[in-house]
Design a protein around this ligand. Sequence first.
Ligand code: UDP
Length: 380
Amino acid sequence: MTVYGTRPEAIKVAPVIKALEASEELDSVTVVTGQHREMLDQVNEIFEITPDHDLDIFEHGASLSQIAARVLERLDPVLAAEQPAAVVVQGDTSTSTAAALAAFHRGIPVAHVEAGLRSGNILSPFPEEANRRITSQVAALHLAPTATSKANLRHESVPGDAILVTGNTVIDALLMTVDKKTPFSDPALEDLADSGSRILLVTTHRRENWGGAMEGVGRALARLATAFPEVHVVLPAHRNPVVRDAVLPQLEGLDNVTVTEPLAYGEFTRMLALSSVVLTDSGGVQEEAPSLGKPVLVMRENTERPEAVEAGTVKLIGTDEQRIVDEVSTLLRDQDAYEAMARATNPYGDGSSAARSVEAIQHLLHGGPRPTDWQGDAPR
Ligand code: UDP
C-alpha cells in the first residue's frame, strides 16, 4: 500500500506505483490523503494513477497537527480493511510521517522512499527535517537515494541491511516525462517557448521562507526583471495563498514576468528544459535541474541535498534580496560563471530507482537475493 498526499510525493512515488503494478509478486493499493488537493490530482492524472482510497483531509488553513491527526484517524480503518503486507511512504511531509506512524501502530512494516536526507538542523526545513527523522525511527526498510543519505542513516545506527541505495525516483519521473514535449496549456508560455528568450524559472513555497523573506524574493524578482528586460521570468505560483500574497503584488505590471498557476508536471519539466537559470527553494527541483544541465540557485541557508552542490551545479544563496539579485545577475551576465555551473550531472539517479525500490520491498517481504546498492553517485 502506497500512501501519499502532496505534489512532490505524488511525483516521486508515481514511478514506484508503476513498478509495483508491474510486479508479479505484489499487488498495489494506493491511498491519497489529499494534503494538497488539485496539485496532487494533476500528478495522478499525468501518470494515469487512480487512487483506491482518498482520505480527503484537505482543509484551507489546517494546522500541521490537524493534518497529522486526520491522516492518523482516517488511514487506520483503511489499514484495518486492506491489511497490507507493507506500507510505502515517501519523503518528509506530514502525510508521510503520520502514515508511517499509523502503519507502525498496526505492526505493518514501513518502506521509506527517499530515506536519510538530513539538513542537520531540526528547525530547517520545517517541519520536513523532523518528519523525515521521525519516519526513520519507525521504518523497516530505508530506500536511500544516495550514498550520503545511507551514511546519514548508518550514523544514526540504522542497520546496514535495512538500507538500500536506490537513486532518487524523481529522476525516473523526470525521464518518463521530459521528452514528451508536453504542450503548454497557457498560450503565453507556448509563445515564450517559440521566442527563444532566455528564461529565469522561479519556484518558491518553503514554510520557513513565508512572510518577510518571501516578500524580499518578490522584490528581487522585480529588480531583476527591470534590469534584464530581454530575460523572461516565469513563476508558476504555488497554490498556497500565503505564498501568493507575499510575492505576487511586487510583480504586477512587469511585461517580462509571467506568473502562472502551478504547471502540470509535464509542462513544468518542459519549462525546466527551456530555462537558462533556475531560482528555487524546492527540494525536487534541486534534484531535477542538474540532470538537465541547468544552474540552480537555492534560496535556502542549508540543504539536505549536498550532492549537486558538491558537483558545482547547485549553489545555496539564502533569501537576502540583494544576494538574490547579485547571484542571478552574475549568471545572466558572465558566460564563464554560467558555463561553470551549467553541466549535466546525475548525482541523484539513473531512472531505475523505482525498480530497485520494488526489488528491495520484495526482498523485505519474501527474502531471496538482496539487491545491491546503486553506485551511480559514487565519486569517480
Ligand atoms: N513542479 C511541478 N509544477 C510546478 C512546480 C513544480 O510539477 O509548477 C514539480 C517539480 O518538478 C518537482 C516538484 O514539483 O518535481 C517539487 O515540488 P515542491 O517544490 O512543491 O516540493 P519540494 O520538492 O520542495 O518538496
